[in-house]
Design a protein around this ligand. Sequence first.
Ligand code: KIV
Ligand code: ZN
Length: 516
Amino acid sequence: MDKKIIIFDTTLRDGEQSLQASLTVSEKIQIALALERLGVDVIEAGFPISSPGDFKSIQSISKIIKKSQICSLARCLPEDIDIAARAMERAINFRIHLFLGTSNLHIFSKLKKSFNEIMDMAVSSIMRAKKYTTNIEFSCEDAGRTSLDNLCKIVETVIKAGATTINIPDTVGYTTPTQFKKIISTLFNRVKNINQAIISVHCHNDLGMAVGNSISAIEAGAMQIEGTINGLGERAGNTALEEVIMALDIHKKKFNKYTNINLKEIYRTSKIVSQFCNMPIPINKAIVGKNAFLHSSGIHQDGVLKNRENYEIINPNSIGLNTCKLNLTSRSGRAAIEYHMKEMGYKNSDYNLNELYIDFLKLADKKGQIFDYDLEALAFFKKQQNIEEYFKLEYFDVQTKLSGLSVASIILMCGAQTNIQKATTSNGPVDAIYQALNKATLYPIILKKFHLEANGEGKDALGKVDIVVQYKLRNFHGVGLATDIIEASAQAMINVLNYIWKSKQVNKELEKKNNI
Ligand code: KIV
Ligand code: ZN
């Protein structure tokens, strides 16, 4: 049996479809590049029929990614398949991923068809996909609740029709590891042509068993694991890939399997996904949570000091968790910044040294000492706030007091020429600033989410604000980072306002093009 486990990442598809605010094309590209650096074998880049934005992102990712295979999801419908192929036509290596419900529940109450009709749809869709590629994955949606007889029948039929990867999803996270292992073993025992395809699994986490089920499937012979970074995904999420990868690594003697993953990229990839997706990582999350390598009790601390292995099964350095603390000040030069970014694993092309140096000097003036996480956050935020700056906050002042109103005044630059001055009162300083900005732009927005967290440690930490704002039924995500949490909050709103402004420009251009 092949020893390699194929890692199939669906952060940009299953993960993205669960987010409050969709990712922009440039955010998806950044994530795809991080996944490629991590070494995932397949990147499921989206579901192109679902929106023009998804189609465009898949097209762009297909042009940029060189090493990982690109995959697009399609229902068993001709237009889905054609559009999936079109979105990936520039990819070096691509896969069409077909899916169709196979449980009685899905067949009768969702698709309103018979099992035989489902079999026919599956076969004709594989035939259509074969016009474009021989790399075809077929997913038996809701396989976890499909009768074993029907599952064996459909798997045998789709392999015969030409599907090269067969995915067995536990779509609603219903099974337990013993049950799921039995499903996979039954397929290996009963399906005659099973060895002509790669068997894959895709587990959801509704009962908290996604990773356990994936591991039990490997024990039964599965060769591809689908999942997402940090376990993002529909409802309770998907299999957290970093957990499966580390379980295989820690128990390599037992499993006798390997992956192509560059373990040192795990921590960084997890952070990138968390920040772009605006999905904070729970502090006690396995592998990548803040507390995953922290020892609190005296007995544990003593044990670790004597021998790390007393209480640690994973060396944090092995997943790229950087424990070095820099100590840069405003007297440090450009070369020092470049050197330390390199030490942290960043290539020159990952950031703009000139911009980073200017931001570093501003921060060093305010903060004194700059640590590794500050430098990383500055470089990262520049990328995340990567949008034309039409609105700029020229000035703000907020007065606030215990049991009284807060008063905010602002000067907002709108383009290079115009500036608008506004003042408002509210029951809190952030709301006062947000209302003043609202008065200046007159955009009918609704604040849906406000999240503030400390980036760094102790009193020197930077304030990081993530907000989600609804504008005309579309959600926009904005970020802000500053030593002052009011400034970080204002920056996050300015970031959103610039996204809204940009989307209005794009719409105007489309209207002009279509002569509406
Ligand atoms: O959960 C699921 O069944 C899916 C399929 C589309 C593979 O996401
Ligand atoms: Zn899924």
